[in-house]
Design a protein around this ligand. Structure first.
Ligand code: SAM
Length: 263
């Protein structure tokens, strides 16, 4: 049960409503107010009871409609007013989702909160594209990396995170990479990975709108990726997978019509 005056940070998963956890569904059914992001799918929003208030706190056209500090303050204000608050986020709230920042803000204001983890796009997306993120004999580890973070979010300086990330070292360390928010900086990221020693023909997949009816997967290579993404006019949201596990898709694709190009 959600206690009045408390907040539940809920992961909605990547889009397919069947991937919502039971805990997430129960929280939605009990909430007085749901504060949700843009990437929460319409089918999941439809599960919110009509009696429950909905507040949109996402980005429209890439521009945040509410500042992060305002979202955190809104959660505190609603809880202090005695509401049962659900903060609904795409994927998992603690994976590149600022759930940690919001939880810290709640903790600092003495607001009781709980976390309902969700399936993150970086695991569920590849699974729906027929790509296991680990596979015995291929990789013993996998790195989940953000390919983009705006200067506003960068805590240390105004350089974007994708520039500050040591892509050359990552290229030497991890056999499989799963990138979130990488579309904008794809050119920089792929070039620096090749400079770090990744082969130009390393297989790569770009999975757009994963787990939804709009899911589209492009398979390509590190060297061809920028060209192929432009050619197919692929847009975010997308998960990028780089490494030999991508080849398994040839046998394991199950969810969508394959759109194989490039390699
Ligand atoms: C701010 S991050 C949020 C990640 C989210 N918390 C999670 O765990 O999946 C947004 C990025 O997640 C990825 N993403 C989220 N949902 C996606 C989906 N259905 N298909 C492809 N990528 C998705 C994209 O890289 C997108 O730019």
């Amino acid at each position: 049960m959600i206690a009045p005056g408390s907040v539940v940070l809920v992961g909605a998963g990547p889009g397919d409503p069947d991937l919502l956890t039971l805990a997430a569904l129960k929280a939605l059914q009990q909430a007085d107010v749901v504060v949700h992001d843009a990437l929460v799918s319409p089918e999941i929003l439809d599960l919110i009871p009509a009696s429950c208030q909905r507040l949109f706190a996402g980005k429209r056209g890439g521009i945040p409609s509410i500042e992060q500090s305002d979202i955190s303050d809104t959660l505190v204000r609603l809880a202090q007013a005695g509401k049962r608050v659900v903060r609904l986020k795409g994927g998992d709230p603690f994976v590149f989702g600022r759930g940690g920042e919001e939880a810290l803000h709640l903790a600092q204001h003495g607001i009781p909160f709980r976390v309902v983890p969700g399936l993150t796009a970086g695991i569920a997306g590849p699974a729906y594209a027929g790509i296991p993120v680990t596979h015995r004999d291929v990789n013993a580890n996998v790195a989940f990396i953000t390919g983009h973070e705006s200067a506003e979010n960068a805590p240390f300086n105004t350089e974007s995170l994708s520039t500050r990330i040591d892509w050359e070292s990552i290229a030497r360390t991890f056999p499989v990479l799963v990138l979130y928010m990488a579309m904008e900086n794809l050119s920089l990221v792929t070039e620096r990975l090749m400079q770090g020693g990744c082969a130009a023909d390393t297989p790569m997949a770009v999975i757009c709108w994963a787990t939804t009816r709009r899911q589209q997967t492009l398979t390509t290579t590190l060297a061809q990726a920028v060209h192929d993404v432009q050619q197919h006019n692929l847009k975010p949201p997308a998960i990028v997978v780089i490494g030999e596990v991508v080849r398994l898709r040839q046998q394991l694709a199950w969810f969508e019509e394959q759109s194989e190009e490039g390699s």
